[in-house]
Design a protein around this ligand. Structure first.
Ligand code: SF4
Length: 117
């Protein structure tokens, strides 16, 4: 049992920093903005986000996550999303995003995802 399992208080799942000068740092967030994952825990792992790949000054392949709002779109939703993808993390291989359909809980389905016909 983890500490989070001993309480009904879900404040640990996130917060909104209304005083942040960069708010809103990502467009398209329609739910309560979650600032907890400002530095996304999935940056080094496979994820379903719409990142673009770029080469940094040291020649390293990096994710440009400026078009992703998954870690921010709703306090509980973004918490659930991050927890799900950290259950069995897979190191990112540096390749471009090709994932279009992912198995997310209903409450964590992002708005940007293309729908299948
Ligand atoms: S694309 Fe989104 S989910 Fe993936 S690492 Fe970047 S911010 Fe996190």
């Amino acid at each position: 049992m983890q500490p989070k399992d001993t309480t009904d208080n879900e404040a640990f799942k996130g917060f909104t920093n209304h005083e942040c000068p960069f708010m809103p740092c990502h467009k398209g967030v329609k739910r309560e903005f979650n600032c907890l994952f400002c530095y996304c825990p999935l940056i080094a792992y496979e994820c379903p986000g719409p990142y673009k790949v770029f080469i940094d000054a040291n020649g390293m392949r990096r994710k440009d996550c400026s078009g992703c709002n998954l870690p921010h779109n709703g306090i509980k939703q973004s918490w659930n999303f991050i927890q799900k993808w950290l259950e069995q993390p897979v190191l990112w291989d540096g390749k471009p995003q090709t994932r279009f359909q992912v198995d997310l809980p209903e409450e964590a389905i992002p708005d940007y995802r293309p729908r299948t016909p």
